[in-house]
Design a protein around this ligand. Sequence first.
Ligand SMILES: Nc1ncnc2c1ncn2[C@@H]1O[C@H](COP(=O)(O)OP(=O)(O)OP(=O)(O)O)[C@@H](O)[C@H]1O
Ligand SMILES: O=P(O)(O)OC[C@H]1O[C@H](OP(=O)(O)OP(=O)(O)O)[C@H](O)[C@@H]1O
Ligand SMILES: O=C(O)c1cccnc1
Length: 500
Amino acid sequence: MTSASSTRPLADVYASSLSLLTDLYQLTMAYGYWKQGLQDREAVFHLYFRRPPFEGGYAVCAGLAYVADWLETLHFTEDDLAYLGSLRGSKGAVLFEPGFLEYLRQLKFTCDVDAIAEGTVVFANEPLIRVKGPLLQAQLLETALLTLVNFQTLIATKAARIREAAGPSDQILEFGLRRAQGIDGGLSASRAAYLGGADGTSNVLAGQKFGIPVRGTHAHSWVMSFEDEEAAFAAYADAFPDDSVFLVDTYDTLEGVRHAIAVARRMREQGHELAGIRLDSGDLAYLSREARALLNEAGFPNTRIVASNDLDENLITSLKLQGAQIDTWGIGTKLVTAYDQPALGGVYKLAALRKADDSDWEFTIKLSEQLAKTSIPGILQVRRFVSEKGQPRADMLYNTAAPLPDKLEIIDPQDITRRRAVRANSDYRELLEPIFRAGQRVCELPTLEEIRQYAQREVHSLDPSIRRFLNPHTYPVGLEASLHHFRTDLILEKRPLRPA
Ligand SMILES: Nc1ncnc2c1ncn2[C@@H]1O[C@H](COP(=O)(O)OP(=O)(O)OP(=O)(O)O)[C@@H](O)[C@H]1O
Ligand SMILES: O=P(O)(O)OC[C@H]1O[C@H](OP(=O)(O)OP(=O)(O)O)[C@H](O)[C@@H]1O
Ligand SMILES: O=C(O)c1cccnc1
């Protein structure tokens, strides 16, 4: 497996069963449901986040390819079952009885799963994934789905912000593996960074597994391994005459640029062009302007200037304002660790249960002292209304299990005074699409390259006021009015009237 078209990213990387990639409580609840005979009661869960990351106005949805792969390969191997059978509670009693292990051995995934396509811009409270199926199974998925979606969505969003700052024509190279949070923190970050807007990665395993273009320069140690800097550059050019980017700041940056130019002249005599130089310390605005002037004067206007050193979208914005002459951004730590917000707080909440007599749905709600944390009941769909030019205007969450009124009104769940009437005949698209039906994959997922291009179109379709970093405009996401009223009634029903 070597290409970006892989639809088995998890199995390709880890090879074995990942069914135990979960919190213990999913399995203890599963056991409890099984003991109570509740395992097959039909349930609906939604996966969503409550606030876009980085105090931004949007997120770029990512991780679905991993989710689909995880679900498709979900089964308990003999090793998994032996391990579960060995688990003991605090008093030494066996946690899971043999009958339950046998149940897990026979378990076949039979849920319906709908999801928003990777690369789509998404907002708070919107289900990115909806799972409908037997309670035991649907519950069992929670942790894996969250870990797979939260991280990649976070990193794809960070990459989209970095792309926003760098502009459409600069190159963005992801250099994060050395500072990433472990192996998968590096590998899935490289995937998500590319999906969100990076052009390449230094992570060779990510190149092999996902087909991401691999790129790089050289380290200071290369320069330090030679008698002098010019000799080091010449030796590198000898190895890679058409792909040399010299790191010029080991001793003195502008002297380094002069040494690079001297070697570039000799390369040109041999019919080769110096691809670029890299700045990795000092005042990147000043040094890049000086370097550009030196390169241009020497006849190397096409030699690229790469910058690295703790960069992120804010520094890139600042450097551009300072007139920096940088056309390639090498970004590591702050991209792959999502430095300023290291986790997306996506959650997975039960929203509907089939009534005990199997007749109809009973909608469920999790209350909270904070309205923002109170869940949304229903079997939800997200309808995105778009302008004639395809620009998103507002998103409406509605309950597919209830009839939609003719006149649609959207109410902000945080502020019921913020309402919008939907114009008749507005164009829209439904964001949640079928991925599994009765446990079977019913769609082909796009390649990583296709997702990346789609993500760029998605981000660009947003108004700049939503894309900006500082105090972005809040994109309107609301509940369809009858869902809002139903939810309010349910909150009132569940919340006891306290004595004053
Ligand atoms: N013109 C600039 N405006 C704002 N920040 C800058 C500018 N130039 C560089 N920076 C940032 O300032 C921070 C400090 O850079 P500087 O090179 O002084 O220190 P350093 O990281 O300790 O260097 P070294 O890599 O040599 O240890 C880095 O995050 C760098 O990206
Ligand atoms: O700064 P980041 O965005 O994480 O980008 C990756 C960094 O990794 C490399 O150096 P490293 O940090 O290992 O050493 P250095 O600081 O001495 O250059 C490279 O030179 C970059 O500076
Ligand atoms: O190729 C590079 O220049 C590179 C790779 C990883 C980290 N920093 C820089």
